[in-house]
Design a protein around this ligand. Structure first.
Ligand code: ZN
Length: 244
């Protein structure tokens, strides 16, 4: 029986191993530098863990690459000509207009960000961020209205909250769904997938067979939508790769 945690080195990779009362092994890659952590059932041998790491090596490398991209992404200058995404569409930022009031507008393939004169990059980023949140908040009620009756559940509250490694999460005790404002940058199909996924957690907590079959029933193409999201820097809970 293993207790606590240990550190392994597998093919040059530092791996933190935590033993827990769980059924299946889980491997996760964490920001900002791509630390690899394995959560393993207590009886797991070191050999089994090493083998699992080796088998998932290319997946791990991919996750780390995505984290690096995410780091690059966050280092935005907020200058005209920069690429930004809104609902899956690519726009070129234009900050050449200023006004006393903040404003964001999409026109053609231009994303106009209007700020008071003298606003710096951080101020512009914050203004755009507030706008993404408003965009997301405007769409969520429509999705809830559509999906809550289908799933026969009711969320108490939806919170838009920045999360480092998740697109969404569900706090079942308070029936609260958290959505990452970054979702406003992705195709709306992705937001719909996350909303359905989190609402489904109000019926089924984990990601077991019952959860999967519910998802298959209501949103048969959920895997494609999930993959679309995971091509992007952030991941949902599927960020944790299930080794079961
Ligand atoms: Zn989930």
């Amino acid at each position: 029986m293993n207790t606590g945690s240990e550190n392994l080195k597998v093919a040059g990779l530092e791996v933190d191993v935590v033993f827990k009362d769980i059924k299946n092994m889980h491997i996760s890659v964490y920001p900002p530098v791509g630390r690899v952590r394995v959560a393993a059932p207590r009886r797991t041998t070191e050999e089994t863990i090493r083998l699992a790491i080796v088998q998932r090596f290319s997946w791990i490398k991919r996750q780390r690459q995505q984290l690096l991209n995410a780091e690059r992404q966050s280092a935005r200058q907020m200058v005209s000509g920069e690429t930004h995404y809104v609902w899956g569409q690519r726009y070129l930022l234009d900050v050449s207009k200023s006004s006393g009031a903040y404003g964001v507008e999409t026109k053609g393939n231009t994303l106009w960000l209007i700020t008071p004169g003298g606003t710096d990059a951080a101020g512009r980023l914050a203004a755009l961020d507030r706008w993404y949140r408003r965009e997301l908040k405007a769409v969520v009620p429509v999705l809830l209205q559509k999906w809550q009756p289908i799933l026969g559940v009711q969320a108490e509250k939806v919170v838009v909250r920045r999360m480092k490694t998740k697109w969404g999460t569900c706090v079942t005790s308070s029936r609260t769904i958290w959505l990452n404002p970054e979702l406003a940058k992705k195709d709306p199909r992705c937001l719909e997938y996350i909303v359905v996924h989190e609402l489904t957690h109000l019926r089924e907590r984990g990601h077991g067979d019952r959860f999967v079959s519910l998802m298959d029933q209501v949103l048969p193409d959920w895997r494609a939508r999930r993959d679309e999201l995971n091509d992007a820097p952030l991941g949902h809970e599927e960020w944790d790769h299930d080794l079961a």
